[in-house]
Every structure is written in structure tokens, then in C-alpha cells.
Design a protein. Structure first.
Length: 446
């Protein structure tokens, strides 16, 4: 029996429906390493030597160029793109079944018919809305993570700017010590020539001058290391940074209670885990909702022997055995895992705060001792030695030895100040919040 609608027409309809669904086309975006390198190198040379002095200028460049920040923002954009795309409805299904009839009772040649069905699965559990919620919360978690990376890089940038100023001061002081050591060696040489001392004293003086020269090279290397970290965070050349003014050291140390409050509020790792926990909660909700099976709704039409048949079959999977137990168990375990991670991070932060605060107290006392007793004593000894030399009560070797000791106390004091700054930045890292106020800054991020 001939059909009213030829089979080829049905096939054409099916192909057309499939083609309409393919509304996106691929757009290639090849990576050009050479062009990228040239662009980055040009950007690195945009900043003149010695231009970056203030924290504000360094922060502006960091937010624009820091690789870690850019990567975190890219991950956030990816998550946000998914969150901005609503979960689509399930696609309907279209089936076409050709039929051929032959055999007794059929007059004439073989006849044909067909059967078509249009099906659609209806979710009764609200999973589309829950999936959108999960994607939105995941995007928010990615945003919090990106902010956390920026906070971490900001604290490290503050640390490195102070480290650069301290390192530059140490280089200058070591240069002064090196000049003094060389002058001492020349003075001892003249004493040897005048038979007022021995060659052993000259050898000792030359050895001390060599040690000081090595110390100078080490301090210059340390300065370059700090410049390298700064350049990596801001995308500039090492020479773009010049040492700026040091922030004043606080006279009072925050209490552990105040530091704990700052930690809960500002610590980037804790903020990131809190956001992850919210996502884990919603994911568990989604997995529980997936216990409910979908309702399969189908519209069927059959043409056979000049008779048309219509049907509306309904299908529902019975959740007797599979009630998404694995998915629920994994989501519940993930939620507990994140809760445990948060408690562990809090425990680590509290320990770090206690240790860093004790370190600040200890190093503050050491610096105070050197400033109030070490430096004045060294200066007094040097003044006495020079007056004794003028009066003929001391020889040149004694004076040179005291000059060397006075320079060593200065170096020790500068290193003690640097180590105290290090302790303060360790405390900042432990609680995740800025504590030192830079010149012209409030001590907090803008």
C-alpha cells in the first residue's frame, strides 16, 4: 500500500532537524609563540630603569601582568562562561521506522508503511535549576580563588619591595666595609714596610679584605634575586625597580585574638575553601535530586494498510536498584573532605600565627639591643681608639681592628632590621592580611 508521505520526505525532515541543531561553527585560533614572545618583551621594556619605587605603582603593574593572577582570572572566566550558559532542556528524539508488507492477504505487489515517534524526557527533580546553581557557585568559587591569588601575590610583593630596600642598604654598607678593609690592608702593608708589624699581620688583613669582598658579592646576588621576583610579578626588567622608603616598624604587635579575627576574615586559603564547601553542598543536593528518574514522553504515529494509528506512550524508570547511590556517596564524601580541609587549614594558620608572632617579638628585642647597646658601644670604642692613636697610646693595628668591629656591628644591625621585617611579613602571610603601613599607603589593598 502506498503511503501518503514518501519515505524520502521523512528522511529529509530528519536530516533537516539535525542540521538546524548544529548552529555553531569551529573558529581556529592558532598560538603564535614568536609573536607572543615579541609582545611580552616589548611590554617588559616599556618601564624605564628605576621608575618603580612606590607600592601603588608596583601593585598596578602586578594586577595587570602577574602570571599567577592572569592564570587565576582565566580559570575564573572559564567557570563564569559555563555559569552564564543555562543548562539546556534535553533534546527531543525523532525516530522513523520504514515498514514493508508481503505475504498472504496482501493483494498485488508488496506494500509499504512507516512508523514515526517523537520523544522527550522530562526531568521531574529540578536538576536543571540545581545544575545552574552549581555552575554559578563554581564560578563564584573561581572568583574567590582568583582574589585569593591576587591577595597572596600582593603580600609577597610587599615583602619583596622591603627586601629590595634592605638588600640595597646592605650592598651599600658592604661596599663601605670593603673599602675600609682594602684601606686597612694597605695601611698594614705600610707598617710592614716600616718594620712596625709582621708579614703575618699583612696576610691576616688581606684575608679579611677577601672575605669582605666575597660578602659584598653575596649581598649583590641577594639583591638580584629580589629584583628577579619583583620583575616576575610585574612583567618588567630587573632594573625597572629602585629601592623605596621602608615602612615604619610597628611599636605594638597585634594580639593573637586580633590576628585570629583577621585570619578568618582575610586569609585567601580559608576564603577559597569556604567557597568550595558551598559548591560541595549544592553538588550533594544535585546528586540527591538525580535519584528521581525522568519521565519519557513519546508521541507515536503509524501508517499501515491505509490506517493511521496514534499513540502517546509514557515511560518512567522505576528507582528500585539504581538510586544514584555512588553519586550521592561521592558528593557527601566530597563535602566532608572540604570540611576537613577547612579545619586543617585553620589549624595550620593558628600555629603559624603563634610562631610568627613569637618570632616578631624575639627579633624586635634583638634589634632593640643592637640599636641601644651594640651601636653606641661600637661608636664609643672607635672614638676612644682614635683619641688613643692621636695620643700615641695605641698602635694602628688596634685602631684598624676596632674599625672593623664597628663596621661588623653596623652590618649585624642592618641584618637584624631585615630579619625583623621578614618576621612581620611571615606574620602577614600567616593571617593573610597586611599589617605594615607603607609610606603613602593605608597598609591595605586599594
Amino acid at each position: 500500500m502506498e503511503t501518503d508521505l514518501p519515505l524520502r520526505t521523512l528522511v529529509a525532515v530528519l536530516i533537516a532537524a539535525t542540521s538546524l541543531a548544529a548552529c555553531r561553527t569551529y573558529e581556529p585560533a592558532p598560538l603564535d609563540p614568536a609573536a607572543l614572545i615579541a609582545e611580552l618583551e616589548t611590554r617588559r621594556r616599556e618601564i624605564p630603569d628605576g621608575e618603580i619605587v612606590t607600592l601603588a605603582r608596583a601593585v598596578a603593574l602586578m594586577r595587570e601582568r602577574d602570571p599567577a593572577i592572569l592564570e587565576a582570572r582565566a580559570a575564573w572566566r572559564t567557570a563564569q562562561a559555563l555559569a552564564d550558559t543555562p543548562t539546556p532542556l534535553p533534546n527531543p528524539s525523532l525516530e522513523v521506522t520504514p515498514k514493508w508488507f508481503e505475504g498472504a492477504g496482501i493483494a498485488g505487489s508488496a506494500r509499504r508503511g512507516y512508523e514515526t515517534a517523537l520523544g522527550w524526557a522530562l526531568f521531574l527533580d529540578g536538576r536543571r535549576g540545581l545544575t545552574d546553581d552549581v555552575n554559578t557557585l563554581a564560578a563564584e568559587a573561581a572568583r574567590v580563588a582568583a582574589i585569593g591569588v591576587e591577595r597572596t601575590e600582593y603580600l609577597a610583593l610587599r615583602h619583596d619591595l622591603v627586601a629590595l630596600s634592605c638588600a640595597t642598604q646592605l650592598v651599600a654598607l658592604n661596599e663601605e666595609v670593603a673599602k675600609t678593609a682594602e684601606a686597612s690592608a694597605r695601611a698594614v702593608r705600610r707598617l710592614v714596610d716600616a718594620a712596625q708589624t709582621t708579614a703575618l699581620d699583612l696576610s691576616q688583613a688581606r684575608l679579611e679584605a677577601t672575605d669582605v669582598a666575597i660578602e659584598l658579592l653575596d649581598s649583590r646576588e641577594a639583591e638580584d634575586e629580589v629584583r628577579t621576583r619583583l620583575a616576575a610579578r610585574t612583567g618588567v626588567r630587573l632594573a625597572a625597580f629602585a629601592p623605596g622608603e621602608l615602612p615604619p616598624l610597628p611599636t605594638e604587635i597585634p594580639s593573637e585574638e586580633d590576628l585570629r579575627k583577621l585570619t578568618i576574615r582575610d586569609h585567601p586559603a580559608l576564603a577559597r575553601i569556604r567557597a568550595e564547601y558551598i559548591v560541595a553542598e549544592k553538588e550533594l543536593h544535585l546528586e540527591i535530586a538525580r535519584q528521581m528518574p525522568a519521565l519519557d514522553l513519546t508521541f507515536a504515529f503509524e501508517h499501515e494498510e491505509e490506517a493511521d494509528t496514534y499513540a502517546l506512550p509514557l515511560g518512567l524508570e522505576l528507582p528500585i536498584f539504581d538510586r544514584n547511590q555512588p553519586g550521592i556517596a561521592a558528593a557527601r564524601g566530597r563535602r566532608e573532605e572540604v570540611r576537613t580541609a577547612y579545619a586543617a587549614e585553620v589549624s595550620r594558620a593558628l600555629t603559624a600565627i603563634e610562631a610568627a608572632r613569637a618570632l616578631v617579638v624575639s627579633r624586635q628585642r634583638r634589634l632593640e639591643l643592637l640599636r641601644t647597646r651594640g651601636l653606641p658601644a661600637a661608636k664609643e670604642a672607635l672614638d676612644l681608639a682614635r683619641r688613643a692613636l692621636d695620643a700615641g697610646a695605641a698602635d694602628a693595628l688596634q685602631v684598624l681592628s676596632i674599625v672593623k668591629s664597628e663596621r661588623e656591628v653596623k652590618v649585624k644591625t642592618l641584618r637584624a632590621e631585615q630579619s625583623l621585617f621578614e618576621a612581620w611579613f611571615t606574620l602577614e602571610e600567616a593571617c593573610g592580611a597586611p599589617l605594615l603601613a607603607f609610606p603613602g599607603e593605608s597598609g591595605k589593598e586599594s
